[in-house]
Design a binder for this molecule. Structure first.
Ligand SMILES: Nc1ncnc2c1ncn2[C@@H]1O[C@H](COP(=O)(O)OP(=O)(O)O)[C@@H](O)[C@H]1O
Ligand SMILES: [Mg+2]
Length: 328
Protein backbone atom coordinates (compact mmCIF):
# COMPACT_ATOMS: atom_id res chain seq x y z
CA UNK A 1 0.00 0.00 0.00
CA UNK A 2 1.42 3.37 -0.84
CA UNK A 3 0.16 6.44 0.91
CA UNK A 4 0.79 10.08 0.16
CA UNK A 5 3.06 12.12 2.33
CA UNK A 6 3.44 15.86 2.74
CA UNK A 7 6.28 17.85 4.29
CA UNK A 8 5.28 19.71 7.45
CA UNK A 9 7.15 22.34 9.41
CA UNK A 10 8.94 21.06 12.51
CA UNK A 11 8.97 24.36 14.39
CA UNK A 12 5.26 25.00 13.79
CA UNK A 13 4.12 21.47 14.49
CA UNK A 14 6.14 20.76 17.60
CA UNK A 15 6.69 24.29 18.91
CA UNK A 16 10.40 23.73 19.29
CA UNK A 17 13.16 26.15 18.53
CA UNK A 18 14.67 24.91 15.26
CA UNK A 19 15.37 26.34 11.82
CA UNK A 20 12.06 27.52 10.36
CA UNK A 21 12.79 25.68 7.12
CA UNK A 22 13.17 22.29 8.73
CA UNK A 23 10.47 19.88 7.62
CA UNK A 24 9.50 16.29 8.21
CA UNK A 25 7.32 13.98 6.13
CA UNK A 26 3.83 13.30 7.42
CA UNK A 27 1.04 11.19 6.02
CA UNK A 28 -1.78 13.03 4.38
CA UNK A 29 -4.91 12.45 6.36
CA UNK A 30 -7.02 11.48 3.37
CA UNK A 31 -9.54 8.76 2.69
CA UNK A 32 -6.91 6.26 1.74
CA UNK A 33 -5.24 6.58 5.08
CA UNK A 34 -8.48 6.71 6.98
CA UNK A 35 -9.59 3.48 5.40
CA UNK A 36 -6.38 1.67 6.16
CA UNK A 37 -4.54 2.15 9.38
CA UNK A 38 -6.39 5.02 10.92
CA UNK A 39 -7.29 3.10 14.02
CA UNK A 40 -3.64 3.03 14.90
CA UNK A 41 -2.95 6.71 14.54
CA UNK A 42 -2.69 8.00 18.12
CA UNK A 43 -4.99 10.75 19.24
CA UNK A 44 -3.44 14.19 19.48
CA UNK A 45 -2.95 15.60 22.98
CA UNK A 46 -3.05 19.24 22.04
CA UNK A 47 -1.37 20.36 25.26
CA UNK A 48 1.57 18.06 24.84
CA UNK A 49 4.93 19.78 25.43
CA UNK A 50 7.68 18.51 23.14
CA UNK A 51 11.22 18.31 24.42
CA UNK A 52 13.51 19.54 21.66
CA UNK A 53 16.26 16.95 21.82
CA UNK A 54 13.88 14.02 22.23
CA UNK A 55 11.61 15.22 19.46
CA UNK A 56 14.50 15.68 17.03
CA UNK A 57 15.74 12.17 17.82
CA UNK A 58 12.29 10.73 17.16
CA UNK A 59 11.89 12.78 13.98
CA UNK A 60 15.22 11.49 12.70
CA UNK A 61 13.76 8.05 13.22
CA UNK A 62 10.71 8.86 11.15
CA UNK A 63 12.46 10.85 8.46
CA UNK A 64 15.63 8.81 7.93
CA UNK A 65 14.44 5.43 9.07
CA UNK A 66 16.75 5.29 12.07
CA UNK A 67 16.05 2.99 14.98
CA UNK A 68 15.58 5.20 18.00
CA UNK A 69 15.71 4.18 21.64
CA UNK A 70 14.60 6.57 24.39
CA UNK A 71 15.93 6.04 27.85
CA UNK A 72 14.91 7.64 31.13
CA UNK A 73 13.11 7.26 34.44
CA UNK A 74 9.50 6.30 34.32
CA UNK A 75 6.95 9.01 33.75
CA UNK A 76 9.40 11.29 31.93
CA UNK A 77 7.30 11.06 28.77
CA UNK A 78 9.21 8.54 26.65
CA UNK A 79 6.26 6.56 25.33
CA UNK A 80 4.00 9.57 25.01
CA UNK A 81 6.65 11.53 23.08
CA UNK A 82 6.81 8.85 20.39
CA UNK A 83 3.05 8.55 20.37
CA UNK A 84 2.46 12.29 20.15
CA UNK A 85 5.02 12.74 17.37
CA UNK A 86 3.31 9.90 15.47
CA UNK A 87 -0.07 11.55 16.10
CA UNK A 88 1.13 14.75 14.43
CA UNK A 89 2.61 12.88 11.49
CA UNK A 90 -0.59 10.82 11.08
CA UNK A 91 1.70 7.84 11.33
CA UNK A 92 0.07 4.64 12.57
CA UNK A 93 1.76 3.55 15.75
CA UNK A 94 1.67 0.26 17.61
CA UNK A 95 3.04 -0.03 21.11
CA UNK A 96 4.08 -3.41 22.42
CA UNK A 97 4.84 -3.50 26.10
CA UNK A 98 7.60 -6.05 26.65
CA UNK A 99 6.93 -5.84 30.35
CA UNK A 100 3.62 -7.61 29.92
CA UNK A 101 2.94 -11.22 29.15
CA UNK A 102 3.83 -10.91 25.52
CA UNK A 103 5.31 -14.11 24.13
CA UNK A 104 7.31 -15.19 21.15
CA UNK A 105 4.15 -16.58 19.57
CA UNK A 106 2.28 -13.28 20.00
CA UNK A 107 5.10 -11.58 18.15
CA UNK A 108 5.71 -14.03 15.34
CA UNK A 109 2.50 -15.95 14.90
CA UNK A 110 1.50 -19.56 14.99
CA UNK A 111 -0.15 -22.34 13.09
CA UNK A 112 -3.83 -22.48 13.76
CA UNK A 113 -6.31 -25.11 12.69
CA UNK A 114 -9.25 -23.75 10.78
CA UNK A 115 -12.18 -25.25 8.91
CA UNK A 116 -12.59 -24.75 5.20
CA UNK A 117 -15.98 -24.23 3.59
CA UNK A 118 -16.30 -27.94 2.94
CA UNK A 119 -15.43 -28.59 6.58
CA UNK A 120 -11.94 -29.83 6.02
CA UNK A 121 -9.46 -29.08 8.75
CA UNK A 122 -6.46 -27.19 7.51
CA UNK A 123 -3.48 -25.70 9.26
CA UNK A 124 -3.13 -22.07 8.58
CA UNK A 125 -0.41 -19.72 9.71
CA UNK A 126 -1.75 -16.75 11.65
CA UNK A 127 0.76 -13.95 11.52
CA UNK A 128 1.68 -12.29 14.83
CA UNK A 129 2.19 -8.62 15.56
CA UNK A 130 5.64 -8.30 14.01
CA UNK A 131 4.97 -9.62 10.51
CA UNK A 132 1.82 -7.53 10.39
CA UNK A 133 3.48 -4.32 11.59
CA UNK A 134 6.51 -4.76 9.36
CA UNK A 135 4.41 -4.95 6.25
CA UNK A 136 2.54 -1.76 7.02
CA UNK A 137 3.40 1.91 7.40
CA UNK A 138 3.56 1.50 11.15
CA UNK A 139 5.82 2.90 13.84
CA UNK A 140 6.38 -0.06 16.11
CA UNK A 141 7.34 0.85 19.67
CA UNK A 142 8.88 -1.71 21.98
CA UNK A 143 7.99 -0.27 25.34
CA UNK A 144 10.00 -1.27 28.41
CA UNK A 145 12.58 -2.81 26.12
CA UNK A 146 14.88 -3.72 28.99
CA UNK A 147 12.17 -5.79 30.63
CA UNK A 148 11.77 -8.14 27.67
CA UNK A 149 12.14 -11.83 28.36
CA UNK A 150 15.04 -13.63 26.68
CA UNK A 151 12.84 -15.58 24.24
CA UNK A 152 11.14 -12.38 23.16
CA UNK A 153 14.44 -10.51 22.83
CA UNK A 154 15.71 -13.30 20.67
CA UNK A 155 12.90 -12.68 18.22
CA UNK A 156 13.55 -8.95 18.24
CA UNK A 157 17.21 -9.59 17.58
CA UNK A 158 16.20 -11.04 14.23
CA UNK A 159 14.30 -7.93 13.40
CA UNK A 160 17.36 -5.83 14.11
CA UNK A 161 19.55 -7.54 11.54
CA UNK A 162 21.32 -5.17 9.21
CA UNK A 163 18.85 -5.25 6.32
CA UNK A 164 15.84 -5.27 8.65
CA UNK A 165 14.32 -8.31 7.02
CA UNK A 166 12.76 -11.04 9.06
CA UNK A 167 12.60 -14.70 8.23
CA UNK A 168 9.52 -16.54 9.32
CA UNK A 169 11.06 -19.94 9.82
CA UNK A 170 7.71 -21.56 10.41
CA UNK A 171 6.54 -20.35 7.04
CA UNK A 172 9.69 -20.31 5.01
CA UNK A 173 9.10 -16.71 4.15
CA UNK A 174 11.27 -13.64 4.27
CA UNK A 175 9.46 -10.48 5.18
CA UNK A 176 10.78 -7.26 3.73
CA UNK A 177 9.73 -4.24 5.73
CA UNK A 178 7.34 -1.67 4.28
CA UNK A 179 9.30 1.50 3.34
CA UNK A 180 7.41 3.40 6.04
CA UNK A 181 7.84 0.81 8.77
CA UNK A 182 9.71 2.37 11.72
CA UNK A 183 11.15 0.95 14.90
CA UNK A 184 11.37 2.64 18.31
CA UNK A 185 12.05 1.48 21.85
CA UNK A 186 11.82 2.91 25.34
CA UNK A 187 13.79 1.73 28.34
CA UNK A 188 14.28 2.72 31.95
CA UNK A 189 17.88 1.57 32.07
CA UNK A 190 20.52 1.83 29.40
CA UNK A 191 20.76 -1.87 28.91
CA UNK A 192 23.32 -2.47 31.61
CA UNK A 193 20.79 -4.23 33.76
CA UNK A 194 19.50 -2.78 36.97
CA UNK A 195 22.69 -1.19 38.30
CA UNK A 196 20.81 1.04 40.73
CA UNK A 197 18.28 -1.43 42.08
CA UNK A 198 15.45 0.85 40.96
CA UNK A 199 14.14 -1.29 38.15
CA UNK A 200 13.51 -4.86 39.18
CA UNK A 201 12.81 -7.18 36.32
CA UNK A 202 15.00 -5.38 33.82
CA UNK A 203 17.54 -7.47 31.99
CA UNK A 204 20.90 -6.71 30.61
CA UNK A 205 20.57 -6.06 26.93
CA UNK A 206 23.08 -7.81 24.79
CA UNK A 207 25.65 -5.18 23.76
CA UNK A 208 25.62 -6.35 20.17
CA UNK A 209 21.89 -5.84 20.17
CA UNK A 210 22.17 -2.40 21.71
CA UNK A 211 24.54 -1.53 18.89
CA UNK A 212 21.76 -2.09 16.38
CA UNK A 213 19.94 0.97 17.67
CA UNK A 214 21.10 3.94 15.65
CA UNK A 215 20.07 6.67 18.07
CA UNK A 216 19.89 6.49 21.85
CA UNK A 217 18.42 9.56 23.49
CA UNK A 218 17.88 10.34 27.18
CA UNK A 219 14.89 12.10 28.62
CA UNK A 220 14.56 13.75 32.01
CA UNK A 221 11.61 15.21 33.86
CA UNK A 222 10.36 18.53 32.57
CA UNK A 223 11.28 21.76 34.34
CA UNK A 224 8.66 22.66 37.02
CA UNK A 225 7.19 25.54 35.05
CA UNK A 226 6.62 23.42 31.94
CA UNK A 227 4.90 20.72 33.97
CA UNK A 228 2.73 23.30 35.75
CA UNK A 229 1.66 24.60 32.35
CA UNK A 230 0.69 21.12 31.19
CA UNK A 231 -1.45 20.58 34.27
CA UNK A 232 -3.00 24.04 33.93
CA UNK A 233 -3.79 23.40 30.29
CA UNK A 234 -5.66 20.24 31.28
CA UNK A 235 -7.39 21.66 34.34
CA UNK A 236 -8.51 25.12 33.34
CA UNK A 237 -10.29 25.83 36.65
CA UNK A 238 -6.95 26.37 38.33
CA UNK A 239 -6.15 29.30 36.10
CA UNK A 240 -6.11 31.88 38.90
CA UNK A 241 -3.66 32.91 41.61
CA UNK A 242 -4.72 30.36 44.26
CA UNK A 243 -5.13 27.57 41.70
CA UNK A 244 -1.68 28.18 40.28
CA UNK A 245 -0.19 28.07 43.76
CA UNK A 246 -1.78 24.67 44.38
CA UNK A 247 -0.51 23.29 41.06
CA UNK A 248 2.95 24.65 41.71
CA UNK A 249 3.03 22.86 45.10
CA UNK A 250 1.69 19.65 43.56
CA UNK A 251 4.52 19.69 41.03
CA UNK A 252 7.01 20.47 43.79
CA UNK A 253 5.78 17.44 45.73
CA UNK A 254 5.93 15.29 42.60
CA UNK A 255 9.56 16.30 42.14
CA UNK A 256 10.37 15.35 45.74
CA UNK A 257 8.93 11.88 45.13
CA UNK A 258 11.08 11.60 41.98
CA UNK A 259 14.21 12.56 43.90
CA UNK A 260 13.19 10.13 46.62
CA UNK A 261 12.78 7.40 44.02
CA UNK A 262 16.16 8.09 42.46
CA UNK A 263 17.79 8.09 45.91
CA UNK A 264 16.15 4.79 46.76
CA UNK A 265 13.90 6.19 49.52
CA UNK A 266 10.68 5.53 47.61
CA UNK A 267 9.62 2.75 45.28
CA UNK A 268 6.76 4.71 43.71
CA UNK A 269 6.84 8.14 42.19
CA UNK A 270 4.39 10.73 40.99
CA UNK A 271 4.46 11.00 37.20
CA UNK A 272 3.04 14.04 35.40
CA UNK A 273 -0.07 11.88 34.88
CA UNK A 274 -0.42 11.48 38.68
CA UNK A 275 -0.28 15.25 39.13
CA UNK A 276 -2.98 15.73 36.51
CA UNK A 277 -5.12 13.06 38.21
CA UNK A 278 -4.67 14.73 41.56
CA UNK A 279 -5.67 18.12 40.19
CA UNK A 280 -8.75 16.58 38.57
CA UNK A 281 -9.68 14.58 41.68
CA UNK A 282 -9.28 17.68 43.79
CA UNK A 283 -11.90 19.38 41.63
CA UNK A 284 -14.25 16.43 42.17
CA UNK A 285 -13.75 15.91 45.90
CA UNK A 286 -12.86 19.45 46.88
CA UNK A 287 -10.38 18.12 49.43
CA UNK A 288 -6.67 18.34 48.74
CA UNK A 289 -5.50 15.62 51.13
CA UNK A 290 -8.26 13.18 50.35
CA UNK A 291 -7.72 13.59 46.62
CA UNK A 292 -3.98 13.15 47.15
CA UNK A 293 -4.66 9.84 48.89
CA UNK A 294 -6.94 8.75 46.06
CA UNK A 295 -4.50 9.75 43.34
CA UNK A 296 -1.21 8.62 44.81
CA UNK A 297 -0.83 7.84 48.51
CA UNK A 298 -3.11 4.81 48.50
CA UNK A 299 -0.91 2.99 46.07
CA UNK A 300 2.28 3.57 48.06
CA UNK A 301 3.99 1.16 50.37
CA UNK A 302 2.91 1.74 54.00
CA UNK A 303 6.52 1.90 55.09
CA UNK A 304 7.14 4.79 52.71
CA UNK A 305 4.10 6.83 53.65
CA UNK A 306 5.80 8.75 56.49
CA UNK A 307 8.42 9.96 53.98
CA UNK A 308 5.69 11.10 51.64
CA UNK A 309 3.86 12.80 54.50
CA UNK A 310 7.04 14.71 55.24
CA UNK A 311 7.29 15.85 51.60
CA UNK A 312 3.66 16.89 51.76
CA UNK A 313 4.29 18.92 54.88
CA UNK A 314 7.26 20.60 53.19
CA UNK A 315 5.20 21.63 50.16
CA UNK A 316 1.83 22.46 51.69
CA UNK A 317 2.71 23.31 55.29
CA UNK A 318 0.07 20.97 56.75
CA UNK A 319 0.23 17.43 58.07
CA UNK A 320 -1.17 14.40 56.32
CA UNK A 321 -2.96 11.99 58.62
CA UNK A 322 -1.69 8.53 57.77
CA UNK A 323 -4.37 6.11 58.80
CA UNK A 324 -3.09 3.06 57.00
CA UNK A 325 0.34 3.16 58.64
CA UNK A 326 -1.12 2.52 62.06
CA UNK A 327 -3.55 -0.20 61.12
CA UNK A 328 -1.75 -3.33 62.26
N1 LIG B 1 5.98 16.52 27.74
C1 LIG B 1 4.77 16.18 28.18
N2 LIG B 1 3.68 16.91 27.87
C2 LIG B 1 2.46 16.55 28.32
N3 LIG B 1 2.22 15.46 29.08
C3 LIG B 1 3.26 14.70 29.42
C4 LIG B 1 4.59 15.01 28.99
N4 LIG B 1 5.44 14.08 29.47
C5 LIG B 1 4.68 13.22 30.16
N5 LIG B 1 3.38 13.59 30.14
C6 LIG B 1 2.27 12.90 30.79
O1 LIG B 1 2.81 11.97 31.70
C7 LIG B 1 2.32 10.66 31.46
C8 LIG B 1 3.46 9.67 31.57
O2 LIG B 1 4.26 9.75 30.42
P1 LIG B 1 4.80 8.45 29.65
O3 LIG B 1 5.12 8.86 28.27
O4 LIG B 1 3.90 7.30 29.83
O5 LIG B 1 6.15 8.20 30.45
P2 LIG B 1 7.23 7.06 30.28
O6 LIG B 1 6.95 6.29 29.04
O7 LIG B 1 8.53 7.80 30.23
O8 LIG B 1 7.13 6.24 31.53
C9 LIG B 1 1.69 10.67 30.10
O9 LIG B 1 0.45 10.05 30.13
C10 LIG B 1 1.49 12.13 29.75
O10 LIG B 1 0.15 12.50 29.90
MG1 LIG C 1 6.49 4.23 28.91
Amino acid sequence: MSLDKVEISVSDTFKIDVDKNMTVPAFKLDEKLLESEHLYIPEIDKNYVFDKETTLAILAGFKYNRRVMLQGYHGTGKSSHIEQVAARLNWPCLRINLDSHISRIDLIGKDAITLTEDRKQITDFKAGLLPWAMQNPVALVFDEYDAGRPDVMFVIQRLLEEDGKMTLLDKNQVITPHPSFRLFATANTIGLGDTTGLYHGTQQINQAQLDRWNIISSLNYLPNQAEENIVLAKCANYNNASGKKIISNMVKLANLTREGFINGDLSTLMSPRTVINWAENHEIFDDLKHSFALSFLNRCDDLEKPTIAEYYQRCFGTDLVLKAVYSG
